[in-house]
Ligand binder design. Structure first.
Ligand code: UDP
Ligand code: MN
Length: 257
């Protein structure tokens, strides 16, 4: 039996939510196999849109929700990186996973955080399955460069080839690492924290797991391959829709988009 990969995905309501979750994530996860998908909605309730798409995937999944309070949300005048996103949702996923693993005698699995608009190569999941404690790899289109990647010397990770904040202890994007669930259970306090400086969520979490740079296991052909892309879905233009809505017409009346 193959070891499970628990994938935690924070998600929030927007026009492209269904197509992102379905075609960018669930289809890849279905083909990868051995995945348990933990989807955490940034909402005060579980939406039927997400419930419907999850049940259609045929994947083992857990559907959770926790809202981000207003004061933790980015205001229109703030920079995109001013406030971290998905923090409470990832922590809620961790809470569920630890509780689940507490009552199981199988700690052979892995944990990966998959944001809901990235692109995932199937080979990424093969790389995750050979991790001992923590694996890292390149991520494309993040940190305002083509590829952010770990720096290697003699097959060991010695630093980070990134343009923004290279001084971070772990200058790796959320999509650029995975850990064993054994490590997660050995450090029950490790989580994300809203009050960290911008860009420090990953470093804070990995330090919480008691990790050092020397512990990092380079994956994806010694960090020479791109298996995950930090893509962003363009917001659809809905100017005409809004005009119609004011007249009481909704083009998606009776349809789930
Ligand atoms: N997210 C969320 N609530 C929000 C905004 C974002 O739960 O108000 C989730 C989003 O669905 C994604 C993750 O947090 O899975 C990262 O957000 P996003 O992709 O917008 O940020 P990026 O890092 O790509 O700029
Ligand atoms: Mn994103």
């Amino acid at each position: 039996r193959i070891a499970l990969i628990y994938i935690v995905t924070p998600t929030y309501t927007r026009p492209s939510q269904k197509v992102d979750l379905t075609t960018r994530l669930s289809h890849a996860f279905q083909l990868a196999q051995g995945i348990h998908w933990i989807v955490v909605e940034d909402s005060d309730h579980k939406t039927t849109l997400v419930a419907n798409l999850l049940s259609r995937t045929g994947l083992p999944y857990t559907h959770l929700h926790i809202p981000t309070p207003g004061h933790m949300k980015r205001q229109p005048h703030e920079k995109p990186w001013a406030k971290p996103r998905g923090v409470l949702q990832r922590n809620e996923g961790l809470r569920w996973l630890r509780e689940e693993l507490q009552s199981s005698n199988n700690l052979d699995g892995f944990l990966y955080f998959a944001d809901d608009d990235n692109g995932y190569d199937l080979e990424l999941f093969d790389e995750i399955r050979i991790i001992k404690r923590v694996g890292v790899w390149p991520v494309a289109f993040v940190g305002e460069v083509m590829v952010e990647k770990p720096l290697l010397k003699d097959g060991k990770i010695v630093g980070w080839d990134v343009a923004i904040k290279p001084e971070r202890e772990f200058a790796v994007d959320m999509a650029g690492f995975a850990v064993s669930v054994k490590l997660l259970m050995d450090h029950p306090e490790a989580k994300f924290d809203f009050d960290q400086p911008p860009g420090y969520q990953e470093t804070y979490f990995l330090k919480g797991l008691g990790l050092k740079k020397e512990d990092m296991e380079p994956k994806a052909k010694n960090c020479t391959q791109v298996l995950v892309w930090h893509t962003k879905t363009k917001e659809p233009v809905l100017i005409q829709e809004k005009i119609l809505n004011r007249k009481g017409k909704h083009t998606d009346e009776g349809m789930e988009v």
